[in-house]
Design a protein around this ligand. Structure first.
Ligand SMILES: Cc1cc2nc3c(=O)[nH]c(=O)nc-3n(C[C@H](O)[C@H](O)[C@H](O)COP(=O)(O)O)c2cc1C
Length: 237
């Protein structure tokens, strides 16, 4: 009888130990779940950080001047110097910059001046010619806080008198872009880039100025979305 009681006791003990073992399992699995969650959130924040770094490495800097254009009756079309898309009016350079940004997710930056420009076409043309003759450096009212975070700079400007607007000279002289890649883009009325790519290299001799920049006739900009996207994708980033 004592023997039987002892056996029962042993069996109860074994059952208890086994049960305890089972109880501890969920604890292990909770801790491994927690480890998984911690790892997943660490992975997510690394991915987020990478994404930020990736976004931050592209700067899309551009200069444009909104000429006074009668937009009445214009729909998804180019009024020479503007693009109207979904009711939003954009200058040609601004439009190309926006498509680049949508494609590659960089930071947009508009080069602006403290001085004002005349927005009617003819007076603006004269004003631009005057600035060029004077080799002026218009003072800029917008500045980039930390240029070092960017490896690649898309630089957009309209062709003005076969050259860049002088405000773009001011921009290129304000920063040291050594070691960075500069990719120009330029809508025009027939002159393409003129000598501007060389001019950029001259102002930033230690930057790599891409020969694969994009130049589009102002008459084609409104229909050039696919071309712009394909161009950005083919740059190999
Ligand atoms: C002051 C001025 C000068 C220009 N000079 C030229 C030129 O020499 N060659 C050319 O092809 N286009 C010239 N254009 C046309 C612009 O390059 C073209 O309209 C461009 O799309 C303007 O872009 P935006 O509207 O974004 O500023 C000139 C336009 C302006 C306002």
């Amino acid at each position: 009888m004592r023997k039987i009681s002892f056996m029962i006791l042993v069996l109860v003990l074994i059952a208890t130990i086994t049960a305890c073992g089972n109880v501890s399992e969920p604890t292990n699995s909770v801790s491994s779940d927690a480890e998984e969650i911690t790892k997943a959130s660490a992975d997510a924040s690394v991915a987020e950080e990478n994404e930020k770094t990736q976004n931050a490495s592209f700067l899309i800097a551009y200069f444009t001047m909104p000429e006074d254009v009668d937009t009445e009756g214009i729909d998804a079309n180019s009024g020479a110097s503007i693009v109207v898309e979904d009711g939003v009016i954009m200058e040609n350079v601004e439009y190309i910059a926006a498509i680049i940004q949508q494609t590659i997710e960089g930071d947009l930056f508009q080069i602006e001046t403290t001085k004002t420009y005349l927005l009617d076409h003819e007076p603006l043309v004269d004003q631009a010619a005057e600035e060029q003759e004077e080799n002026a450096r218009p003072e800029l009212s917008t500045h980039i806080e930390n240029i070092d975070q960017y490896d690649t700079i898309f630089l957009g400007y309209p062709n003005w008198w076969g050259d860049m607007p002088m405000a773009v000279y001011s921009f290129l002289e304000e920063y040291d872009l050594s070691g960075k890649t500069i990719i120009p883009f330029c809508p025009h009325g027939g002159s393409g880039f003129s000598g501007t790519v060389w001019e950029i290299s001259n102002l930033q001799p230690n930057a790599q100025v891409s020969e694969d920049g994009l130049t589009i006739s102002r008459n084609d900009v409104a229909d050039a979305k696919d071309e712009i996207v394909a161009w950005v994708q083919n740059l190999g980033f």
